[in-house]
Write a protein that binds this ligand. Structure first.
Ligand code: GLA
Length: 369
């Protein structure tokens, strides 16, 4: 049984998911695969092509208080098994082999791809198959693994994008009620690609000290000050009632970012790619300014891409390192890529790596694999 779950790029709508706002990610062609086999005993054997030594353990090791002795990358796998057991899946001993085409920590959601591929492979083995009705609950199971077990307080966008992606479509997610809609995003037909530039500074979302966790805490504090469950549910008028300037800026980003997702939908419906590009760049300005989630390398990649002729560019995902995206005409992609390389070399910054991506298929199972 082999399951494949892709990474994602977020076209727009960052730091909105855990705040009850809107986002518009799409699945990328690169994926993580997990092959799962049941064993005759209650042992667990987890191997990754990226690490030499397999991890071996026992079903009893899946308790929350046993996770500290488990290596970091394995926790994304055992976290899914833990959440599955909490949900009543009848797990027995398993051999799992994972392999990924996604660079770790690059901002393309390698962790969500790993979690989703494990959840689907194991789910199929224990009669929890991947079907249209189960995708939302599998995404939630994987989010809980990441938040409650691994300790990365992420919001659920990545898992939904990996599970629900579709070629030539983005996934509109409204986190006010976790409703989902497919939005046509025919980049290829429009002669466009998304150029992903990985700045090579891995972002770490786990742990209370991460920039991501700090931003989330600031947003939660802003919501509490307005007596709302989540700051994305505020109205723009409410912001003046926030006395704390930092909380006000973070909240302003969240509300303006959801509004930009709506503006993007309108521009896409009108086929107005120039406006889509402008909105992406405005998103970056907000993530850099109000949300303070950018880095010098991310800013350099974004500014250089736009100067070199991209329609627009922004950091994608959590920020604090990771990747940028640039919306660019296919024939200009190489020139933009080269301009970024030259700018990084001139600034004496570690050379970035690039990929071009188009919206691709979401997770799937190969029963004979
Ligand atoms: C990371 C998290 C997501 C989301 C983004 C920011 O990718 O995993 O849940 O919060 O950052 O939009």
């Amino acid at each position: 049984m082999t399951a494949r779950a892709p990474g994602r790029v977020n076209l727009i709508g960052d730091h909105t998911d855990y705040n009850g706002g809107l986002c518009l990610p799409f699945a990328v062609p690169m994926a993580t695969t997990t092959t799962a086999r049941t064993r005759g005993d209650d042992r667990l054997r987890i191997r990754s092509a990226a690490f030499r030594d397999p991890w071996t353990g026992h079903l009893d090791d899946l308790a929350l208080d046993a996770r500290d002795s488990i290596p970091d990358w394995v926790r994304y796998v055992t976290g899914v098994l833990w959440a599955a057991r909490e949900d009543g899946w009848p797990l027995a001993g398993l051999d799992l082999v994972v392999d990924s085409e996604l660079p770790l920590g690059s901002g393309l959601s390698s962790s969500a791809a790993l979690e989703c591929s494990v959840a689907i492979a194991v789910g199929t083995l224990v009669d929890r198959p991947l079907d249209p009705g189960s995708r939302l609950s599998l995404a939630e199971l994987c989010r809980r693994a990441e938040t409650e077990y691994v300790g990365a307080p992420t919001g659920g966008m990545d898992q939904l994008a990996s599970l629900l992606g579709k070629p030539d479509h983005a996934v509109l997610i409204d986190f006010a009620d976790i409703s989902v809609r497919q939005v046509p995003l025919a980049l290829h037909e429009a002669g466009l690609v998304v150029l992903v530039t990985d700045t090579g500074t891995a972002h770490d979302l786990a742990g209370a000290g991460s920039g991501y966790a700090q931003r989330r805490a600031e947003c939660d504090a802003a919501a509490a000050a307005l007596e709302l469950p989540r700051i994305g549910l505020a109205w723009a008028d409410d912001l003046s009632r926030l006395d704390n300037e930092v909380q006000r800026s973070r909240a302003r980003h969240v509300l303006s970012e959801s509004a930009r997702v709506e503006d993007t939908l309108a521009a896409l419906a009108a086929g107005d790619w120039a406006t889509v590009g402008d909105i992406l760049s405005a998103s970056h300005a907000s993530l850099r300014g109000d949300f303070a989630a950018s880095t010098a390398a991310l800013d350099l990649a974004v500014d250089t891409a736009v100067d070199a002729g991209a329609l627009g560019a922004r950091l994608t995902g959590g920020g604090f390192g990771g990747s940028t995206i640039a919306l660019v005409e296919e024939e200009r992609a190489d020139a933009v890529r080269r301009a970024i390389d030259v700018a990084f070399a001139d600034a004496d910054v570690k050379a970035p790596t690039h990929l071009t991506v188009l919206p691709s298929a979401g997770a799937s199972v190969n029963r004979t694999g």
